[in-house]
Design a protein around this ligand. Structure first.
Ligand code: 6PG
Length: 260
């Protein structure tokens, strides 16, 4: 699969690791503000894992009163099948460092119900997306205004892992996903590619030298989606921006990355 010119992602490299969170936060706020101005609401899917924590903390600290958060609906790009109070929970992390610090109500947070099996949770989340996101139906994927994604060292995004059957689910917007090679080894629910690629704006949040090789592999573009799932992030009518810190950009040609 090749990217045509219109789908080329934007690369942004923060001036330093320390400034990455502030740079990423500015992009989140700018995108959310535009969505609210244009459509009265921002439908935002949050990334899990550890990378976004510094971004979420910065948003809660510096932007608590600088966005009409009451007009944001929060979703998760993926979730581990653990209770919300489990330290491995993506929702739990987002609540601890962001959501519990914002002037929002619980009805704005659309969590994955992790009480049943991954299949039950995926079916339920698919139905929830169809109910809550405007224009979303069993035939039309949800169009998030902003989708935040991290990147695994194996090239996965959300819980779409290399060789995972969920990579090829196109009839549902959320799917069950077995544990990948990377920790934590628990079942998951993940948005599927139709849901990811319907987004208006996707921010690929990647920091740290450990991710440099994966970033280069994805952007080099010579592997299949099964080998490198992040290659499948190609929104038909949306933008992708890689928001990197210098170590994560270490594998790129300097002139291909916009210096922040
Ligand atoms: C998850 C995440 C996952 C994450 C990457 C990067 O549930 O694990 O959604 O896709 O974004 O694995 O994780 P780190 O940010 O912890 O490196």
């Amino acid at each position: 699969m090749t990217m045509n010119a219109s789908q080329k992602p934007t690369l942004f490299v923060a001036p330093s690791p320390e400034s990455w969170a502030a740079c990423a936060a500015e992009m989140v706020i700018a995108t959310a503000s535009e969505a609210i101005a244009l459509r009265g609401c921002c439908y935002m899917a949050l990334a899990g894992g550890s990378t976004p924590e510094s971004l979420y903390r910065h948003l809660a600290a510096a932007y608590r009163n600088r966005l009409d958060w009451a007009r944001v609906q929060f979703f998760l790009g993926d979730e581990r099948l653990v209770p919300p109070e489990d330290p491995r929970s993506n929702l739990g992390m987002a609540r601890r460092v962001l959501l519990d610090h914002l002037p929002i109500t619980s009805t704005q947070v659309h969590a994955v119900d992790t009480q049943g099996t991954a299949y039950q949770a995926a079916d339920d989340y698919h139905r929830r997306l169809c109910e809550v996101v405007p224009g979303c139906s069993p035939d039309t994927p949800p169009r998030f205004d902003l989708l935040l994604l991290g990147l695994g060292t194996d090239g996965h995004i959300a819980s779409l892992f290399p060789g995972n059957p969920a990579l090829h689910v196109h009839s549902q917007w959320a799917a069950a996903s077995g544990p990948g090679e990377l920790p934590p080894p628990v079942d998951r629910v993940t948005l599927t590619f139709p849901a990811l690629n319907a987004a208006r704006k996707i921010l690929m949040l990647v920091t740290g030298a450990s991710k440099a090789q994966a970033v280069a592999r994805v952007l080099r573009g010579d592997q299949s989606i099964d080998q490198c799932p992040a290659r499948g992030v190609q929104p038909a009518q949306g933008e992708v921006c890689w928001v990197l810190d210098p170590p994560a950009a270490g594998g790129l040609e300097i002139d291909t990355a916009a210096k922040g």
